[in-house]
Ligand binder design. Sequence first.
Ligand code: HEM
Ligand SMILES: [Cu+2]
Length: 615
Amino acid sequence: MAAHAHKVKRYHGLLDWLTTVDHKKIGILYLLAGGLFFLVGGLEAILIRIQLIKPMNNFVGADTFNELITMHGTTMIFLAAMPLLFALMNAVIPLQIGARDVAFPFLNALGFWTFFFGGLLLNISWFAGNVPDAGWTSYVPLASPTYNSGHGVDYYVLGLQIAGIGTLLGGVNFMATIINMRAPGMSFMRMPMFAWTIFITSALIVFAFPVLTVGLVALMFDRLFQANFFETASGGSAVLWEHVFWVFGHPEVYILILPAFGVISEVVSTFARKRLFGYSSMVFATVLIAFLGFMVWAHHMFTTGLGPVANALFSIATMLIAVPTGVKVFNWLFTLWGGSIRFTAASMFAIGFIPTFVMGGVTGVMLAVAPADYQYHDTYFVVGHFHYVIVGGLVFSIFAGLHYWWPKMFGRMLNEWIGKLTFWTFFIGFHLTFFVQHFLGLLGMPRRVWTYLPNQGFDTMNLISTIGAFLMGVATIAFLVNVVVTSAKPRNAKADAWEDGRSLEWSIPSPPPEYNFKQLPLVRGFDAWWKEKMEGHTEMTPAEPPGPIHMPSPSFLPLIMSIGLFIAGFGFMYDKLYLAIGGIAVTLFCMFLRSVFDDHGFHIEEEEQEKGVHA
Ligand code: HEM
Ligand SMILES: [Cu+2]
């Protein structure tokens, strides 16, 4: 214990989770919180579907219905889908690039707690009796103080601002991590595909989230301080909000789907026991999708009256995205082609993803035809389309990623039988729910309607859609049962849990020790671990000698800083200036403490490290 004298307090149990800056533990926190919000968003979806199960139903009132669709969409996108992706990013990326943690562990913890408290603030609105009800897009003037004077939309505006800080910090962190923390020898073009998609997604976050933040601040000023950014009568512009929202909103859907593409590439390649086909074209397709993703936002506004020239340009740009996306789809098919495919729960979700996502993509191209969109816009065809890409795409891949990396995160393999039951009930439930919605839309059923008249051809398909939603509910319960059943099993998953692992995370124990790698590995090619195995090595070649390992200190500050913002949110909303100032003061004081007291961290000495070269 000679050289490194800094005594750092290490916590255990709950205090350990409240102070951790370890990416593996932060990944599990994102999984818990994101999973909880997925269940909340899923319950809201079930309630929506019960209301729409038959014409003229009054299971819930019209106002509650508006609150349900608003909270369902907002919760699922910001508080469930993205945090679940952050769970996989935190659990896997440092391991895949051969690092001991992310570039900024403290910031990583702050990112999690600001997301969590922002999400909490938003959902407390259900108990405050003031729930956001202007749709997840919160269009003005519906969301402006003139037409929406309650505090509902304030919860949306303030909750998303706080949660958005977390996402932005995450984007900055993972960009810095992937640029600076790659193991010796891991050049960019040797990185696993998942790491590439996370790198590009982080760049999208850095460019898109500030746009949303600016919009939310302007809407907050309109609502809380009588500004007129979007008040048409006072010289503001309602269409401006739509532009601001979708300049963020469309890249947001790529922030969701690019990581999903990365998961599919990993899972398909591992379970086909084949190198990913067209690796370089996959990388360039990802970059191209991200770039074009910023050029298409107005396809959500074809009917707003932007004019034929603008509509034509955004229509063409949107269709262009189908090309790099098609490249990815064919590369997955060619990876499977000729492979010795193993059908595990993970690979079934990945293989089920491909045709399902393509169906969502193709209806996307249909929607990109501006004249035709005058028919599709704001109908159930649109609801069917985006659920095919978000649920059929993203949620399928999250299930694939969780079944695939669960042994690495928890040291136990999920039960395969229950896993396959989860797949089939979710797959069938999904297509039952959303396929018919395309036809409901073509028959003219608008979205966001609380109920509908009988005998317009909507009845049977709405019944089918609701039955499908319940089946997806059954699948989700099956997954939860699997989690509980598996947690009772011994922690005996192997390092290379699927025996066909290709990237670095499968070269270290399941779960990895706190410091991940005893000695950082030397990477000698793409599919680094597979390459070593094919040359008969049972471990990675070390890139450094063994020695003491430096670790960052745990800290309460990220939690307290986020609680400060949470309190300030209430202060601003209910005009309690002392609360607003008090909350901000707490946050600023923590920042002051963090900036004046150096964190020297601590060292794990060699003798404390687990035995075995890279154990
Ligand atoms: C898992 C099962 C799900 C079901 C059964 C479901 C069902 C629905 C339904 C019926 C609507 C339309 C409400 C209407 O316009 O009348 C809706 C809206 C929406 N859903 Fe889902 N959904 C599910 C999952 C998801 C997921 C995972 C996401 C995102 C990650 C999502 C995002 C949205 C969004 C953004 C809206 C639009 C809300 C609005 O109009 O403001 N949904 N959902
Ligand atoms: Cu879009």
